[in-house]
Ligand binder design. Structure first.
Ligand code: G3H
Ligand code: ZN
Length: 292
């Protein structure tokens, strides 16, 4: 069932588990995420980046695809269709197209502009019953071959962002997107604890925190972060690697074409199975199975 992510997130935070926010890219990915969510009875966020929206044919195509699959696959667990790292224009278009949740990522903007634009998105989203995520500081990743050190979001900035009326907050605590470098020093859980306490006080109720770039963070660190207020864990690269590795192995080892392995329905199967396994494992680690 497609819905706003607000209640799902609040329930997750109260229950000390986290929703998986899994990025989709195409039909196979979307089906796999919906099926594993249902099978695990796990409320789930289906995340779509700006690039994936473009790749799949636009906001309407994505929203309609997910809604149609939700119905056809008889998905009864809560599912949010969420724009991941949206631009200002992108967030507006997603709201109009029927997404039920949007991230406005103004982290590259000066703080005042990030706050002002987030407020505008919140007003539009609330009118359409859409939940909003915003980001303070900047969760880096590989840029031009240089992997930045995970930045720590300033607590004052996080408090100001909380006051815009957002439903959940992305804040850097040493996490980065993509593959972690060998010398990565881990999550700054002490910073998360202070930040979470400050935004909770500012809001007068718990503010769910979003952990971006979760691919490759050790499970015990993810689980510790969940106990300190993280209620949404974003995973993209890990599913891509799982799909890539399984597909590559299939191509390298299974070269007999007499069984029509070149049929995309067969060719893509090992990759899809690998994604499904990775999803089951992530859902278990986040503690969000059987949370209906
Ligand atoms: O917003 C998406 C995530 O933060 C995914 O990061 O590709 O490192 O798993 P990841
Ligand atoms: Zn992210």
């Amino acid at each position: 069932t497609i819905q706003n992510a607000k209640q799902m997130m609040q329930k997750a935070q109260k229950g000390h588990y986290a929703l998986g926010a899994f990025n989709t890219n195409n039909l196979e990915w979307t089906q796999a995420i919906l099926r594993r969510a249902q099978e695990n009875q796990a409320p789930t966020i289906l995340a779509v980046s700006m690039g994936a929206v473009q790749y799949m044919g636009g906001f309407k195509v994505v929203a309609n695809l997910v809604r149609n699959l939700d119905e056809a696959l008889e998905i009864t667990v809560p599912i949010a269709i969420h724009l991941d790292h949206g631009t200002y224009e992108g967030a507006k278009q997603a709201i109009e197209a029927g997404f039920t949740s949007v991230m406005f990522d103004g982290s590259a903007l000066p703080l005042a502009e990030n706050l002002a634009k987030t407020k505008e998105i919140v007003a539009r989203a609330q009118a359409a019953n859409v939940s909003v995520e915003a980001e303070v500081g900047s969760i880096g990743g590989e840029e031009d071959g240089v992997v930045g050190e995970g930045e720590l979001a300033a607590i004052d900035d996080a408090v100001l962002m909380t006051e815009t009326g957002i439903d959940f907050l992305a804040a850097g605590i040493g996490n980065i997107h993509g593959i972690y470098p060998q010398n990565w020093r881990g999550l700054h859980l002490d910073h998360l604890e202070q930040l979470s306490a400050a935004v909770t006080t500012a809001r007068g109720q718990a503010m769910p925190i979003v952990l971006h770039g979760a691919s490759g963070i050790p499970d015990d660190q993810i689980q510790a972060a969940i106990q300190l207020g993280v209620a949404k864990v974003n995973v993209n690269t890990e599913l891509q690697l799982a799909f890539h590795n399984a597909t590559r192995q299939f191509v390298e080892t299974d070269q007999d074409l007499s069984g029509k392995n070149y049929d995309p329905r067969k060719f893509l199967k090992p990759g899809v199975t690998a994604i499904e396994q990775a999803l089951d494992e992530r859902i278990a680690v986040f503690g969000n199975a059987n949370r209906i």
